[in-house]
Design a protein around this ligand. Structure first.
Ligand SMILES: Cc1cc2nc3c(=O)[nH]c(=O)nc-3n(C[C@H](O)[C@H](O)[C@H](O)COP(=O)(O)O)c2cc1C
Length: 300
């Protein structure tokens, strides 16, 4: 089905777009108005857009319901500073509570049970309970429209970061000790469509090695029987095609299961190829790309 955005009502655009552009990280934006009243609200239209300069953007939208603007937007227009606090899984229900439409001037730190921690460079306080806090200067507020649903990009330059010691560990790189972040320990939470959220934890995290400066051969360079395989998935082909050159048969590769397949299906090359592809698929799932290549090369 094709959805033409021009034909959708504002609430429908919001519904479909928020379900498909997901998951989105969640930040807590702490702001103040010119009288110094503190406001804390969660935003999932939020991301990192540049590292040098260090720029994050979040977007308090005009309400679809009645086209009113959010206190956060009003505040950053009055005092262009924000403390951005990363929302983690252990805070998600309190973050949701903080998103209630409390009247202007109500401090959501108090309503949602968080502790104000003074920032060092900006006036809005940070959320003490958050493991990562960014002190930011608002360098531009860019309205994207005037109707309900229109976002307002709050473009923030990160001046200072506070990262909990519990997330960091020392690592020796070129005789220098540097602090590394343990991604598994942050336990991010993210927003999807409607009431759906997901959490990032050790059970669902995985790594994909960066291709870096070396060029992969590309899927178009894979042998036809591999590229056209009905067994190997797109992910599997992606792994195989990320090698720098087409591998050659390695005579020292010794694998009992491979030997069994070759012996058993000796008289039936089609079935042998199928079995080899199934075995390669299993190896690729385990991240064993070199081994998978050797298994696939045995089909020739
Ligand atoms: C997890 C979460 C993410 C949200 N993300 C956004 C967002 O990106 N933009 C937005 O306008 N509202 C978002 N909201 C709704 C605002 O937090 C909500 O409108 C809040 O009342 C605004 O508060 P304020 O008027 O005090 O600024 C989100 C709510 C939740 C619970």
């Amino acid at each position: 089905m094709i959805f033409d955005l021009n034909e959708l009502k504002p609430a429908e655009k919001q519904y479909y777009l928020q379900h498909v552009i997901a998951p989105r990280p969640i930040c807590f934006a702490s702001t103040i108005d010119k009288e110094g009243h503190v406001n804390l609200s969660p935003f999932s239209f939020f991301n990192l857009f540049s590292t040098h300069p260090p720029i994050v953007i979040f977007s308090p939208s005009r309400r679809v319901r009645d086209n009113t603007t959010k206190h956060t937007l009003q505040n950053v227009l009055e005092v262009p500073e924000v403390a951005i606090n990363i929302v983690t899984y252990d805070m998600v229900h309190q973050a949701s509570l903080a998103s209630c439409e409390f009247p202007k001037g109500v401090n959501e730190f108090i309503k949602a049970g968080f502790t104000e921690e003074p920032a060092t460079l900006v006036k809005p306080p940070m959320v003490k309970e958050s493991k990562v806090k960014l002190e930011c200067k608002v360098i531009e507020v860019k309205p994207l429209g005037t109707e309900g649903g229109a976002g307002n990009l709050v473009i923030c330059e990160v001046l200072r970061m506070h990262i909990a010691d519990s997330l960091l560990h020392d690592s020796l790189v070129s005789a220098q000790t540097i602090k590394l972040i343990d991604q598994r320990k942050i336990n991010h939470v993210a927003r999807l469509g409607g009431d759906w959220y997901c959490q990032v934890n050790e059970q669902n995290l995985f790594q994909v090695e960066k291709p870096n400066t070396q060029l992969g051969i590309g899927i178009d360079a894979l042998p036809e029987n591999i590229r056209g395989s009905e067994i190997l998935s797109g992910n599997g082909l992606g792994q195989l095609a990320n090698v720098q050159e087409l591998p050659a048969i390695d005579a020292s590769f010794d694998d009992d299961h491979l030997k069994q397949i070759i012996q058993y299906y000796n008289l039936n090359p089609d079935e042998m190829e199928m079995e080899l592809h199934l075995y390669a698929k299993k190896l690729l799932k385990e991240g064993k790309v070199k081994e998978a290549w050797q298994v696939l090369l045995a089909a020739y």
